[in-house]
Design a protein around this ligand. Sequence first.
Ligand code: CO
Length: 213
Amino acid sequence: MQQYEKLLLANKTWAKNKLAEDPGFFERLVHIQRPEFLWIGCSDSRVPPNEITQTHPGEIFIHRNIANLVIHTDMNMLSVLQYAVEVLEVNHIVVCGHYGCGGVKSAMSRHSFGLINKWLRHIKDIYRLHHSALTNIESEEARLNKLIELNIVEQVNNLADTSIVQRAWKKRQAPHLHGWVYDLHNGIINPLVEIPAGSRLEHEIYEYDNLND
Ligand code: CO
């Protein structure tokens, strides 16, 4: 059997087991999608959102990219964000990064990786922003982990800086924003930062004053 055929076979078993324990499982999900959470995570195969949070289909709307970035010109991320916030009306957005992130590690090096340099450049900017705090850390692993944490906090701030989130805060006092970090060594997620709906932004320059619908 080919490797990929195992996936299809496993899927059949999964669907069969789901039906056995709950005959209405799929039929209910066909008609409604009402997730409470938008998850923005790293594409890393070792950080599967549903599995590490013990959530089921229908519970989390998911966007993943390399190093869990929230870039304000990324149409893909913005489309997911707008749909999640304005149509699904999620109440929480989680940016979940992870220690040992290869994307952040690559950005911290001076090696050129081709096209992906353009994506990783955003992380280099964060390194520069926090240069003095980072260079004081002797151990390379500790410095990487600190940059991973700083990156997560930055991405949560980036969410708050969007007109999509600010408009929703004015309209319905949600969503609340969370920055979490997952530890590959023990499978535990630790919360790093939380921005409740309606909070002041990191800087007033990002605050839009004409978002009333
Ligand atoms: Co990663």
